[in-house]
Design a binder for this molecule. Structure first.
Ligand SMILES: [Zn+2]
Length: 588
């Protein structure tokens, strides 16, 4: 178990942390007035509604309602436990935490996994540079024209052929076996309880996340007959389908250029970067996954696919086009000359050949239109119809409806089929819906407006806390969430806003957090007379309460009247004269 951290420590960690630094390490931000905006990582959207306030040190998404502080962001985004998030921020901020007790049986934390991968990567790098066995890797890389500066840039390494080279190295550094197994660095051998290195006698290509941490490896064999590449398995920090190789190097350039090149393999990416296309990422699979397209969409709205022109490459392009369009990425496809991948083209024909390929890249619709898949028996159907059938599902799944409409017109032109027929057909293909991620509906606001507004005023003018306490007793607030917020607010005392913000952000009450961060994120102190506005809200609350009290009383009187006759009802009424004018008792 990790020890709980004291309030003071947490406050110190947060005080030394800037939420903008923390979030910008994970998401591209752009500034907007006093705040920063990003595409929300917690729901799917086309225009940014994820707002970060440096002044308040909070974030809030006006699309899905998610909100909190730097700690909640890390917990949610990085899936960290609270104590892990505190540790992470403390390390960044240089705050020394009380020593935690080691618990060998606990499953390793993400940070331990990052650390194991980092140390392994260093080990492989050192082996490449200086071990005698590493000579074959050095020779291989040099034969391809990749000098030492390339090794450094892509952190290349060599895994020795011994069964336990890495295992012994990491164990020597005190890393527990269970951690190395979870990290996918070692695997069980034939004899029970015996482990050995996963990667042996391979050129090592580390895979880094967007924050530049090593999360996995690809290992390339030298010998014939071995599988050419083996990769890290899925681990708590590595999921192939949600990782783009090279994004740590390419992310900034992709944002600058507004588009990304997408290639398949490690060496395709390395060559593209070396020849100057630094806005290139690699899918490391035959086709792009939804998770990868979603990740890419955070960096740019445009992409060019550079896939091999063999049948497998073409099919991969098709699948990739589909997932990229679904994410609203505008897309071109570049066809490589037969027999080439981006790496081989650049190595053999040089930069100008690639420039030409890129220049001749086609809009995805034109690419699809010209595409002939081998297994298709085109004589069975009119060719045009078949092509239309191929394109329509893509149009139907496009997130950008305006762009889809434009493409539909072009498709009508190309095929000679009537646009309204195509439209009809498209509607029938639609309905499969988005597969990744699911949209979450913006939260409706079920709160009584006068109570919500009173809370807004209170949160935005915290220096008047005592005045608000004189004007309103939290017990008068009818909505339980808002009542809780007021209680917390009045309790936070003279220490003020900061304490309150932390209490709300770190509390387990998501509804309350969402409500309060929404108010803070857009809160403007532009009321002419905040006190009058607050009084007005309180007045409305009391009126409402009075009205509902009367309704309740009248209901009771009617009950009495039915059960015990009008005389008894009149007697009751005389005790509450204010009701008389509004209630006519039968027979009176
Ligand atoms: Zn959101």
């Amino acid at each position: 178990m990790l020890p709980k951290f004291s309030e003071d420590i947490i406050r110190e960690v947060l005080a030394k942390t800037d939420i903008v630094d923390v979030i910008s390490a994970h998401l591209p931000l752009r500034s907007s007035g006093k705040n920063y905006l990003a595409l929300c990582p917690f729901h799917s959207e086309k225009t940014p509604s994820f707002t970060i306030s440096p002044e308040k040190q909070i974030y809030h998404c006006f699309g899905c309602g998610e909100g909190g502080n730097a700690l909640t962001f890390l917990m949610k985004y990085e899936k960290l436990a609270f104590s892990e998030a505190v540790r992470y921020l403390a390390e960044r901020a240089g705050v020394i935490l009380p020593q935690r007790r080691q618990d060998k049986s606990a499953s390793p934390s993400r940070f331990d996994l990052f650390e194991a991968n980092r140390v392994a990567c260093e080990f492989y790098q050192k082996e490449l540079r200086s071990s005698s066995e590493g000579e074959k890797a050095r020779r291989y890389l040099k034969s391809r024209g990749f000098g030492e500066e390339v090794w450094d840039r892509f952190m290349l390494g060599y895994a020795p052929s011994a069964w336990e080279a890495l295992l012994r190295h990491l164990r020597g550094k005190g890393q527990p076996l269970s951690l190395l197994e979870s990290a996918g660095l070692v695997i069980p051998g034939r004899r029970p309880g015996v482990f050995h290195d996963r990667f042996r006698d391979r050129l090592m290509l580390p895979i880094l996340d967007a924050q530049g941490r090593v999360i996995g490896f690809g290992g390339r064999a030298f010998a014939e007959g071995e599988s050419k590449y083996i990769n890290s398995p899925t681990t708590p920090i590595y999921n192939k389908g949600e990782t783009l190789y090279g994004l740590n190097l390419a992310g900034k350039r992709i944002r600058e250029k507004g588009r990304a090149f997408i290639v398949e393999g490690y060496f395709d990416l390395i060559s593209m970067h070396l020849f100057g296309w630094e806005n290139t990422v690699a899918s490391l699979g035959t086709s792009l996954t939804n998770g990868q397209a979603y990740l890419l969409r955070r960096y740019s709205e445009g992409a060019i696919l550079l896939f091999d022109s063999d049948p497998a490459g073409l099919k991969a392009s098709l699948r990739s086009i589909e997932v990229l369009l679904e994410q609203g990425i505008s897309l071109r496809v570049a066809k490589l000359p037969p027999g080439h991948d981006p790496d081989s083209l650049l190595q053999s024909e040089g930069r100008s050949a690639m420039e030409e390929v890129i220049q001749r890249s086609q809009d995805w619709l034109d690419f699809m239109w010209e595409l002939r898949l081998e297994e298709e028996r085109e004589e069975e159907l009119r060719e045009e119809v078949q092509k239309v059938r191929r394109v329509l599902p893509l149009l139907a799944s496009m997130r950008d409806r305006l762009a889809a409409g434009k493409y539909l017109s072009r498709l009508a032109e190309k095929s000679g089929l009537r646009e309204d027929l195509l439209q009809q057909e498209m509607k029938e293909t639609a309905g499969r819906g988005m597969r990744f991620p699911t949209f979450s509906a913006p939260p409706s606001s079920p709160y009584p407006p006068e109570e919500r507004q009173a809370l807004e005023i209170a949160l935005i003018y915290p220096e008047k806390r005592e005045r608000w306490a004189q004007l309103l007793d939290p017990a008068e607030v009818s909505d339980p969430d808002l009542r809780r917020a007021f209680v917390l607010y009045f309790q936070s005392g003279s220490q003020g806003e900061e304490v309150l913000r932390q209490a709300i952000c770190q509390g387990s009450d998501e509804k309350l957090r969402s409500l309060c961060t929404a108010i803070w994120a857009k809160g403007r102190r532009d009321l002419e007379n905040e006190e009058a506005a607050f009084r007005d809200c309180v007045g409305k609350m009391r009126e409402k309460k009075e009205r509902s009290w009367r309704r309740e009383l009248r209901r009771k009187i009617q009950e009495v009247e039915r059960a015990r006759g009008p005389q008894e009802a009149l007697r009751l009424l005389s005790e509450h004269p204010s009701l008389k004018s509004k209630h006519r008792v039968e027979g009176s």
